[in-house]
Design a protein around this ligand. Structure first.
Ligand code: 5RP
Length: 220
């Protein structure tokens, strides 16, 4: 089974968390795209969706889903999204696709966060994947120096601007043994919009696509 087929298997297994006539949050990336396509095929009736990026909103609209503003909806019952890494407690690194800020907002506003990924994304300790940090453009150099003080090696994502008009630093070299504390520390750096560590609000369920099919992982 290819990595893409494992992503699709995880996305298919997430459909059982979708309840009729609800408004759900939908994430960004290739695994989330599989989920959107399978959701459309499933014909589960939805009251609406909230998108975590412009790209996701366009894909949802292309399938005829109603896309709503989070300010219109109140709390969401469900958020389904991918990840770049998950540890066994379901702390995540996200933002490889650059949508981390809106993803974190939608995750925070949702009662249940179902993360979908292929099996390569489950790791013992987060940090092999460079940690994305969205920054206000004028703070880019300052935040980069602060990230060096935390032991990281920041690199500006070249030619990339987020949906919010900001830049992303990809920070390698971190071994994230205490994700909650590191998220708190990075959040306190002036000029940081969002860090792609999802630990204060981790996933509730991880669905891993494996060669043997979808596997449900609960927080250790
Ligand atoms: C986007 C994300 C994605 O969920 C993450 O990059 C995983 O992407 P993919 O499903 O393509 O492997 O955080 O900002």
């Amino acid at each position: 089974m290819t990595q893409d087929e494992m992503k699709r298997a995880a996305a298919a297994a997430a459909l059982k968390y979708v309840e009729d006539n609800t408004v759900i949050g939908v994430g960004t990336g290739s695994t989330a795209n599989h989920f959107i396509d399978l959701l459309a095929e499933s014909r589960i009736p939805l009251a609406g969706t909230v998108a975590s990026s412009i790209a996701t909103a366009e894909r949802l609209k292309g399938h005829g889903f109603k896309v709503m503003e989070l300010n219109q909806t109140g709390p969401l019952s469900l958020y389904v999204d991918g990840a770049d890494e998950s540890d066994p407690r379901l702390n995540l690194i996200k933002g490889g696709g650059g949508a981390l800020t809106r993803e974190k907002i939608v995750a925070a506003a949702s009662d249940k966060f179902v993360c979908i990924a292929d099996e390569s994304k489950l790791v013992d300790v987060l940090g092999e994947f460079p940690l994305p940090v969205e920054v206000i453009p004028m703070a880019q150099s300052y935040v980069a120096r602060e990230m060096v003080k935390l032991g990281g090696n920041p690199s500006l994502r070249q030619g990339y601007t987020t949906d919010n008009g900001n830049f992303i630093l990809d920070v390698s070299g971190l071994s994230i043994v205490d994700p909650v504390e590191l998220e708190r520390q990075i959040n306190q750096i002036v000029g940081v919009v969002t860090v792609g560590l999802f630990a204060a609000r981790s996933a509730d369920v991880l669905i891993l696509g494996t060669p043997g099919g979808a596997q449900i992982v609960m927080p250790a």
